[in-house]
Ligand binder design. Structure first.
Ligand SMILES: Nc1ncnc2c1ncn2[C@@H]1O[C@H](COP(=O)(O)OP(=O)(O)OP(=O)(O)O)[C@@H](O)[C@H]1O
Length: 255
């Protein structure tokens, strides 16, 4: 299990405080929140990409970002899809997958990789330089490269950005399949349609604080059989009340 606790993290006027993130094997954990709520900062903290006050444990082993051994161990256990596409774009997807294979501790078989390539419809683009691919195909290349690593945990920051409907539906199914095989997944997303029905645990952030941190069962007992969009607006009801007030005043004919 991954246990991250951010006691405190500050960037100028932005603060994250008292954030526990637990990713158990075989679960999908959803992180929702407005632009600038702190989702990427949480994920960057998890990978030691930004300093924070708090703790990180992986399977009861305390991870110190000062220890190269700890960092290597941690990174070898977790696939990571950042929110921005960062690929060596002079390579082709085939070359990039090879690079991932030779630089990762543990990768899946070539047969498994080929299966992923077919699932994500990348066959046609395997020998095209990444810089010449469309945005969505670059994103798919990055997704497949991370899914081809044999890790117990996967962290995805905005995985559906730029994906077409086929690929969003497919990615959802792939993640459900990996969950059933024991992989623990953390997903930060704005795509409520993608997130609905997929999660075992949900965290909703607002301005660096947790507004909701519950299991699916807890959500059901507190809110009933609620749609994710309704859950999100209910949890953020003060904000939506404020927006409703502004919308009432929005009148183009009297402007
Ligand atoms: N390197 C940085 N230096 C200063 N401030 C930063 C830095 N990175 C992020 N921030 C600030 O921290 C806050 C949270 O940013 P973060 O990227 O975590 O939000 P987010 O929830 O991922 O947003 P989005 O949905 O827009 O991607 C924002 O106010 C942002 O401007």
């Amino acid at each position: 299990m991954i246990s991250l606790y951010i006691k405190h993290k500050k960037y100028n006027s932005f603060e994250l405080a008292d954030i526990p993130i637990n990713i158990k094997p075989g679960t999908i954990n959803l992180l929702l929140g407005h632009n600038g709520a702190g989702k990427t900062t949480i994920i960057k903290s998890l990978f030691g990409l930004t300093e924070f006050e708090g703790d990180l444990n992986l399977n009861n082993r305390k991870i110190s970002f000062e220890s190269l051994e700890d960092v290597d161990f941690f990174k070898s256990q977790i696939a990571y899809l950042p929110d921005n596409i960062s690929l060596l774009d002079y390579l082709t997807p085939t070359e990039y997958f090879q690079l991932i294979k030779y630089t990762s501790d543990s990768v899946t078989s070539d047969t498994y990789l080929n299966h992923l390539i077919q699932i994500f419809n990348l066959d046609k683009y395997l020998n095209v330089p990444i810089r010449n691919l469309s945005h969505g195909n670059k994103k798919k290349t990055q997704i497949v490269s991370q899914l081809s690593r044999k890790t117990n945990f996967m962290v995805f920051d905005e995985p559906t950005n730029g994906l077409d409907p086929d690929m969003i539906i497919t990615l959802k199914r792939v993640l459900e399949k990996l969950k059933a095989q024991g992989v623990g997944v953390l997903i930060s997303t704005h795509d409520l349609n993608f997130g609905k029905g997929i999660f075992d645990n949900i965290i909703i952030l607002r301005d660096g604080s947790i507004k909701l941190n519950n299991t699916k069962e807890e959500v059901k007992s507190k809110f009933g059989n609620i749609l994710l969009e309704d859950l999100y607006t209910q949890v953020n009801k003060d904000y939506y009340k404020y927006i409703e007030g502004l919308l009432d005043e929005l009148n183009i004919s009297s402007s």
